[in-house]
Each structure stands twice: as structure tokens, then as C-alpha cells.
Write a protein that binds this ligand. Sequence first.
Ligand code: SF4
Length: 498
Amino acid sequence: MGTQAPFHWLFGDQLGPHFLRPGGEVVMIESRAVFRRRRFHRAKAHLVLSAMRHRAAELGDRVRYVQAETYRDGLARAVGDAAVTVHHPTSHAALRFVRSLERVEILPPRGFLVRPDAFARWADSAGDGRLRMEDFYRRVRRDHDLLMDGDRPAGGTWNLDADNREPPPKGAAALPVPGPYRPREDAIDERVRDDLDRWERDGTVSFVGRDGPRRFPASRAEARRALRAFVRRRLPTFGPWEDAILAGDWTMSHSMLSAALNLGLLDPAECVEAAEAAYRSGDAPLNSVEGYVRQVAGWREYMWNLYWHLGPGYRESNALGHTAPLPDWFADLDAGAVRANCLATVLAQVRDHGWVHHIPRLMILGNHALQRGWDPAAVTDWFHRCFVDGYDWVMLTNVIGMSQYADGGRITTKPYASGGAYIDRMSDLCGPCAYRPGHRTGERACPYTAGYWEFVHRHRERLSHNFRTARAVKQLGRLTDLDDVLRDARHRDPDAPP
Ligand code: SF4
């Protein structure tokens, strides 16, 4: 296009200043069809609409804000036949859609440190053709001079994971750290809640989960305050307890910034720079800062880039042949129907907040789905809909690849299946549970422990050829009570009536 288009379109996850284009009127579209098509967590719908409307209020006269049935209708109403620019959207479907429109120019992606073309060059240069997150992460650290002392990693080591696997403090109901930033709802939130009530009442849209007080930033100002509060008050303790779980502390010492990042309210560069500044000024230890930088500049970037690198067909991956549908209690976030304390606790947290940290996602929710052989595409869709920070780009790779091992090992070297011992070590959830993590048979057999052995048995052929899981298959062969384990695992449901 020769002259600059008169309009610039912002999607609902492009809300920070780095998505604006100098000059031109801004267009924002609320599409009702998005909410009609899928059953989202209500707190997520609330957050996205609140954030979009907060952005529109900030932009004032600069924005044409349209509520329409579809994006196509909304765009036609907002700009007619006029030309539009838009930054590269974050899903294959949205990219296909904007490419199908006439007079829409797609600008480069924003909101990430590494562009897909730079990632493709790195992937092509990977020596043995294997992509490793650790190699990618080090490359990002070097290229962006992040946490580096010259050409060496700060502190002399790249990876401080070994310092970041502490179990929770014994006997504590919550971590001894200040709570996360809490936004204050305003008139915009009130109107969003009224709209969602109306949509539910007229039967056009159905949600799952509870829309309690909004917990996540919905504006740039709130997101900046949340970042400052995290770095000052919680980052120092983030590292050691980043994998720990306490039933009474759903946020632990996590940043709670993933939703703001994925809405585009924060740029990852400012997050990792703020964390590094805390290390340089002696306000946060290196293990916490490195752990956080690894999450944002390493894992998040890796997931975003793999999403584009692996292409839309990746969604169909199902190397383990898992096809079981999600049970209703899981789809409905019906924690009260679940007897296993870990699963009931985490499901209730998802129901109430639309967020739990990466370990409950991976080792409790994902682990259970994997053991039970649930359809990985359905599990991915569930995570996308039920988490406030869930988007296609982040869930596809995280769930299909890492959590469900449906790609047969392209992203992770082994399936994240484990028995109750891991959950017992890293949480306070097993003590009050009706099951015992060490029991694999009998009345009190832990569904995770029995489920783990059933999983290893079911996939013993594949797992025996993987150097990281071959030992588990050998151990399986030594179980004298394997028949009982298999019988119990098949018949023991964590959703048995409490
Ligand atoms: Fe979960 Fe098993 Fe522990 Fe119960 S005993 S909380 S089911 S891991």
C-alpha cells in the first residue's frame, strides 16, 4: 500500500501503547460471536471486555469502538471500504481471517521479544535439527543483553532451576509474602458485568466459572502498578517457591502478570528489565530473577515462536492416541464432585479465579488428563477457555506439546506423568485427602499413583524406548501387584462422590 491507511485496528489482546501506530484513527471491535462459539470462563470474558473498554476510554475520540456480531460486520460498520492496518494477530485463525480481507495491511507482530522470522533462522541453524528451549533461552539472553555480565551470564551460570524447587514451608497455610496487586473495579466493570448477565439471561451466551471481583489488571496503569508491586514485594521470593503449592494460597509468590502480558498491556521487555534492575540494585536474589526471566524471555517466547513454527496442523497431534472426552465435572469446573483433594482444590481455584500457576496446571490438571487418556485437543481447548491468560498461541504448544505429550516429544523429552509422591512433596494437599499418595492399590489408593502406573503400562512400548522413561517401564515390570493396580486405576475415579 502506498499511502498510510486511515485506520488502525486493535484486537482485544493488543491493548498496550506498543500496538498503536502513529497517526490514523483507531478501530476496536467487540465480537459477540467469539463468546457465542465457545464456553469461556466468565472471569476471562469480564477481563477481556473490561480491558478493551478501558483502552477505548483512554483513547477517547481517537477510537471507533463497535459492538457487532462478528469482526467482519464490525469492521464494515467502523470503516466501510477504507484501508486498515493491524499488527500481526496472535492466532492462526485470526491471521487467516485478516489475510482474507481486502484493504487490510498486516504490520509486524508486537508484544514479544523475538520475531518469528528470527526464530526460524535460529531453528534452521540448530545443529542436529533438534530445538531445545535452553539453547533458545541463552540466545535470547545474549541477543537482548539480559542478565549478562559481558558475554557471561550474570553470576556465572545460565540456569538456577536447582535453587527454585523448594517445597512449601511446613505447616504454613500461606507463604510469608505480601499478596499480589489487587485492582479496584470501576463503572466499566459494572457495565461489563451487567452485559454478561444480560447475555446469559437471554440465553445467547453460556459461561463457566465464577466472575468474582476482578483480580487481574485491565488497563495499562493497573498493569504497571501490578508489575511494580510484584518486583518490589514478591519477586525476591518467587524463585525458591515457584513450583510449590499451598491449598490456602492460590497466588503463592507468582507475578500474576501473564494475563496483562497476553492482553498486550505490558511488554515483556519492561517486565524482564524491571526484574533485572531489582537484581542489579541488590533488591532481589539472582535465582528469583533468573527464574522469572526464564519464564518470560525463555518459555513464553519459545511457546509463541513454536506456535508459528509448528503451524496449524500441530493442533491435530495425538501421538498417544488419546480420545476420551472430558468428563462433565471437569468441563463444568465442578470441584464439589471431586474426591481427590488436589484435583478438587485446584479445580475450585480455576472455577473461582480462572488462574492457577504452572505446577497445578501441569502436574495436577494436565497430569490427570494425560493419565486418563483425554483427547489432547479438547484438553487444550479447555485450558484456553478456562484461564484468564489462555490464548491459542500459548495453550496449543503448552498443552498439546508439554502437558499432553501429544506431539510425541517435539517440545519436551518425556511425558509429564507422575504419581502422588510429587504432589505430596510439593504441596500440602495430600494430608487431608481421602487417598494416600503412597498407596497404589486398595480403598485409599491415590488416583494419581495408580493412574501413573496404568499410564506407564498402557504406553510401555513407547516409554521403554525413551531414555528418560525406560526406567519407569523397568520398575513397572517389578510390580508384583500390577494386576491389582490396573484394576484399581480403571475403577477409581477422582470424581467419586465425596
Ligand atoms: Fe492428590 Fe493423591 Fe495426594 Fe490425594 S493423595 S491429594 S489424590 S496426590
